[in-house]
Structures are given as structure tokens and as C-alpha cells.
Design a protein. Structure first.
Length: 165
């Protein structure tokens, strides 16, 4: 037999053995061991007992946030507020031309803060399906877009206390 033919037949035999082995492995069904069903307890609803005022002089907005939250403010005027529960997070930032979420019109609310028109975008986290609200408007004085994001009742209460200065 010619050397190239021998090599071709050898490679073909190895390839065939691998394909057959993989297909046999797919057909073997192992009985899954019973896994315990985790008991999921819903997170405690965050209650807002006392609030602290927050004033961002760069973005020129102010609002009240729960005193149980801690916040970290950066030199760029952005701030992150985190609460005691894992999902309790509030964000605020401002910059030129913040991209708007690409979502359907029924998930967008038009809201006014005084004379300023704003949009509230209702989206979900791709990771775990958590509902996220994003509030975006252009500040009339600075001409920067202001972005506020958060979840649930705490974010809705923040929006009720939001003032633009």
C-alpha cells in the first residue's frame, strides 16, 4: 500500500473511532442523583424609616436616600448607594449623551420634574431578571444628561424627592 494512502486510512480510522466514541457517550444516560431543592426566601422588603439628604453639586440634583444606605462618591460626580440587602443599589451620574436603553415603548414612562421632561425606563437584568428602573433627563442648566438607576420601592421614593437645582 502506498505511504499516503496508509496515512489517510490511519487518520480516517482514528477520526471514526472518536466520532463513534462521542456518539456512544451521548447515548449513555446516567440517572441523576436527586438534588435537594433549595428553599428560596424572598428578600426582605426594604423599609425606609429615616432618610438623609444627598446633594450632587456636579450633576446639580438632590434627593433623599435611606439612612441605612452607604454611598461612595467619585471625583467625576458619580455616586453609588448600597443598602443592607443584596439588591439595594442606587446609582447617579451625569455626562454628555448617555445612551438610552433599547426597549419597547410600553416600558418607557414620560415624567416631569418641575419643567424638565424625563424618561423612566423599566428593564430587567439579563443575569437574574431583577427589575431595574433607569431615569434619564437632560439638565437644563448644565446641558448634561443625568442618569439615576435603582430598583423597587426605594428608587420610586427617591424619584419623589428628586429636585433639580
Amino acid at each position: 500500500m502506498h505511504r499516503n494512502t496508509y496515512l489517510f486510512v490511519s487518520v480516517l480510522a482514528v477520526f471514526t473511532a472518536l466520532v463513534i466514541g462521542v456518539n456512544i457517550g451521548r447515548q449513555v444516560v446516567l440517572s441523576p442523583s436527586p438534588t435537594p431543592t433549595p428553599i428560596v426566601t424572598p428578600p426582605q422588603a426594604a423599609t425606609i424609616s429615616a432618610v438623609k439628604p444627598y446633594r450632587n453639586s456636579f450633576c446639580k440634583v438632590a434627593f433623599d436616600y435611606p439612612d441605612s444606605f452607604t454611598f461612595l462618591e467619585s471625583a467625576s460626580g458619580s455616586a453609588v448607594f448600597s443598602g443592607p440587602a443584596a439588591g439595594d443599589v442606587l446609582l447617579v451620574t451625569c455626562q454628555k449623551e448617555i445612551p438610552r436603553p433599547a426597549i419597547t415603548q410600553e416600558n418607557i414612562e414620560d415624567i416631569r420634574i418641575g419643567t424638565v421632561a424625563a424618561k423612566l425606563y423599566h428593564t430587567q437584568s439579563e443575569k437574574d431578571g431583577t427589575l431595574i428602573d433607569s431615569f434619564i433627563f437632560q439638565h437644563p442648566g448644565t446641558k448634561l444628561d443625568v442618569f439615576l438607576a435603582g430598583t423597587g420601592e426605594i428608587f420610586q421614593k427617591l424619584l419623589q424627592t428628586l429636585t433639580i437645582f
